[in-house]
Design a protein around this ligand. Structure first.
Ligand code: ACO
Length: 324
């Protein structure tokens, strides 16, 4: 029997490292405030690489790791809220640059939940088709959407990319054991980035984009209530108990949010690997970067049951229970 497996993971970040201390020289903030409120110590900021550049790097690593050629790919999904352009999609650019001419490619826009939505989409599309190989990447250059004078958002975000290769293999157990996805469109105004300015009349002026804006406290409350609920629901759907989960890989938005979620789930914090101190919040890239790190460091091993959970713009939440 054929089931999907993650056969390769990879991540990439730009080389320019910006510390909290450096930020405090260009805005009214401090290393102390950022560390204690968020857990962030530094972030990587792209100098001249766009979102597709980061994703192509990850894509090439994924192919090399799995010894696969680009033409064997059937599907490429990129989760991003910071695409290169409205069109072509970042996934189409990546498809072209990888030479994956047999793959269909499209983006998913669900902010920090994007990677979870993309994993679900890829899994369902592969399961119900003759396709064998999919690449799912979360890639962000959020630094191009940030108002670098707004300390309430500028200190939070970073750039990076991570991804997985999903392949049909001869295994009896499914890859995704349970899932829980939700969209809260009535709360959409809580996180906005890149809103277009629609001018009345004709001919119109070319639109400009609004920078990142977030109602931080509201999103904090949303995350600490909705993410534990989402995880509990996905665990139940998988017919498991919360204690059966080996690791919880959560969207890296704020160390305090993760600690609070661990408490609400009555799980030890050691089951919640974190890298927010190094990366900041990389939106859709955060979960695949964390997964790659956890595997590389030997923390997550084959046979582990892991809960991956994202939350953010939309607003949205998503959890998948993975049989790694
Ligand atoms: N440096 C110094 N002071 C600051 C900074 C800063 N960078 N930013 C805000 N402050 C000040 C505020 O002005 C305020 O001052 P005041 O009390 O004099 O008015 C004070 O610090 C407290 O501000 P709050 O916004 O209330 O701080 P809070 O403790 O809520 O932390 C934070 C803010 C980190 C944004 C938190 O609310 C949070 O993490 N929210 C969730 C964000 C999130 O999870 N986003 C995920 C989705 S992102 C996506 O989808 C792409």
């Amino acid at each position: 029997m054929q089931n999907l497996r993650i056969t390769s993971t990879a991540s990439y970040h730009p080389s320019l490292k910006i510390t909290n201390q450096q930020l405090s020289t260009i805005m009214n903030t401090s290393d102390e405030w950022i560390k204690t409120r968020t857990g962030i110590h530094q972030r990587y900021i792209s100098n001249n690489e766009n979102t597709s550049d980061l994703a192509v790097n990850v894509g090439n690593q994924l192919l090399t790791n799995a010894n696969l050629t680009a033409t064997e790919l059937d599907l490429i999904i990129i989760a991003t809220m910071s695409p290169d352009a409205y069109t072509p999609s970042t996934a189409a650019i990546v498809q072209g640059r990888l030479g994956a001419k047999n793959a269909i490619a499209f983006d998913i826009s669900a902010a920090c939940t994007g990677f979870i939505y993309a994993m679900n989409t890829a899994e369902l599309m592969l399961k119900n088709s003759y396709w064998q190989n999919a690449m799912v990447i979360g890639a962000e250059v959020l630094s191009k959407l940030i108002d670098w004078k707004d300390r309430s958002t500028a200190v939070l975000f970073g750039d990076g990319a991570g991804g997985v290769l999903l392949q049909k293999t001869a295994t009896t157990t499914p890859l995704i054991l349970g899932r829980d996805l939700h969209t809260f469109g009535d709360l959409g105004d809580k996180i906005i980035a890149g809103r277009t300015s629609l001018k009345a009349g004709f001919p119109k002026q070319l639109t400009s984009l609004s920078p990142f804006m977030m109602a931080g406290r509201d999103v904090y409350r949303f995350a600490t209530h909705e993410v534990p609920r989402s995880i509990a629901s996905a665990v139940q759907q998988a017919n498991l108990k919360i204690d059966d989960i080996d690791y919880f890989l959560l969207h890296q938005a704020n160390e305090r949010i993760i600690t609070q979620i661990a408490k609400r789930l009555a799980q030890p914090i050691t089951k919640f690997p974190m890298n927010i101190s190094e990366y900041g919040n990389t939106a859709a890239a955060s979960e695949p970067i964390l997964l790659t790190q956890a595997i590389t460091q030997g923390l997550v091993k084959p046979g582990n049951i892991i809960a991956m959970s994202g939350f953010g713009g939309g607003l949205s939440t998503g959890t998948i229970i993975l049989n790694y």
